[in-house]
Design a protein. Structure first.
Length: 98
């Protein structure tokens, strides 16, 4: 199960995730991300992974894609911070598209 909350402020949007980023929930996150980034107004995007308890390989791949598109990933705790660092370093080494 994954809960996705969209928080929109002046000039920024945060996708706040809670639960497991795996299986069908990866597709749901992709739909939410596409919906947020498909709007005419371009807000900076942050993906808050602080409350994510599990990431599968497809979830990590999607987060890499989101990061390469210019989003900032944030987390807390050893596991989440390690995954965020791994993804952001990979995105930097491959070069961001934005």
């Amino acid at each position: 199960m994954l809960k996705i909350t969209t928080l929109t402020g002046s000039g920024s949007t945060t996708l706040q995730l809670e639960g497991r980023l795996a299986g069908p929930w990866v597709e749901e996150l992709e739909r939410c991300w596409t919906s947020v980034t498909g709007t005419e107004t371009k807000h900076s995007l942050t993906v808050d992974l602080s409350a994510v308890t599990y990431f599968d390989a497809e979830g990590k791949d999607l987060l890499l894609k989101i990061c390469q598109d210019g989003a900032m990933l944030v987390g807390s705790g050893c596991l989440t911070n390690c995954i965020v660092n791994e993804i952001t370093q990979t995105a930097r080494s491959r070069g961001r598209t934005r």
